[in-house]
Design a protein around this ligand. Sequence first.
Ligand code: PNS
Length: 164
Amino acid sequence: MNKIGIYPGTFDPMTTGHMDIVKRSLKIVDNLVIAVATDNLNKNTLFNTLERISLIKNDIKNLKDINPKIEVTELSGLLTNFAKSKNATCIIRGLRAVSDFEYEFQMTGMNYQLNPDIETIFLMTSEKNSFISSNFVKEVHKLGGDVSNFVSTNTLDVLNKKNT
Ligand code: PNS
């Protein structure tokens, strides 16, 4: 039976750090569902849900070896319910620095209470990606900095259009 993992997030937008986690996740699971949060009430996103999904689909389009193993879809409602509906056995999260830990620890605990059958697996971000975050990408880009190493060419084009 195929092992299915969920990689949830806001992905506003998907960065090279996220993409690294996607590729590495597929060494652990057979199929990955990238779940793009829609009703994350605490966040004002630059890109709407459809835009964020479209950017991710574009980024994985050319990865022929892993593309068929990936589904990109929206996540509304509780993550644990969503994971169950997809027959997933694990949630995958990238961990950058100690500062990520507290939030991730709480979220993992809550998700475990909601459904103890679904394990959360953390992948440490590769060293070269450890400082990348969607928020920094947006801020640096808005202020005229070069973010071409942190997002795909397509995402950079879309960011340029947003900020003009
Ligand atoms: O990349 P992010 O913004 O840190 O992702 C947060 C996300 C989407 C994983 C989290 O907000 C989430 O799981 N939202 C779905 C609603 C839910 O299940 N909330 C309870 C989590 S304890």
